[in-house]
Design a protein around this ligand. Sequence first.
Ligand SMILES: [Zn+2]
Length: 223
Amino acid sequence: MTADARRTREELVECGRLIAKKGLVVGPGGNISARCGGLMYISASGSSFEEATGDDYVGVDLATGQLVDGSKKPSSEVLMHLACYRKRPEIGAVVHTHPPLAIAVASCGVTLEPLFPDFAAFLGEVPTLGYVIPTTRELAEAVESVIGGCDGLLLTNHGALTVGSNLREALFRTELIEEASRILIAARSLGSPRTLSPAEVEAIRNLGSEKYRKQLLEQAERG
Ligand SMILES: [Zn+2]
């Protein structure tokens, strides 16, 4: 195994543990991947984030989709992950989880809108895809049809998917989606929340300090 592959697996193990700790999945739900050269390392089928070790993340060739490193079967959502990397050559990681409040919001047909600055700075648009049976080619194609124009999306009656330049950034976007869902549910229980306007969102995205924070996230994994 190369040093890069070992490091990628270590980062995946750590990211998976954080996902479990933060309650973004239950049991063997969800799957994550990270780019390593021409491969992506992805959760093995049936593995749980809580207990996964490096061997539970296997290398799949991004061009052919074939398993090339590891003895376990890749996650059943392998096509969805491949679609993201093929559509977005610049991304380095994909995080797919089942965050409870995000599922609640999506299942009620509600779209997440920018209610706070971090959402605007790190996500912007978060489309909600209609229900598609998990693990199918149809789901991969549905994700592929929107992931070119967003960094996070909701899957109705299923969960969330985010991408990023690295695992840290992709996970942070998932956490923001769950936080936005929590805030939206709280706000709607009180009344009709005010949403940041497109001009206000644009102003936040242009803030120097926000750019700095983005750079921090991107550099964190490079050490
Ligand atoms: Zn899922």
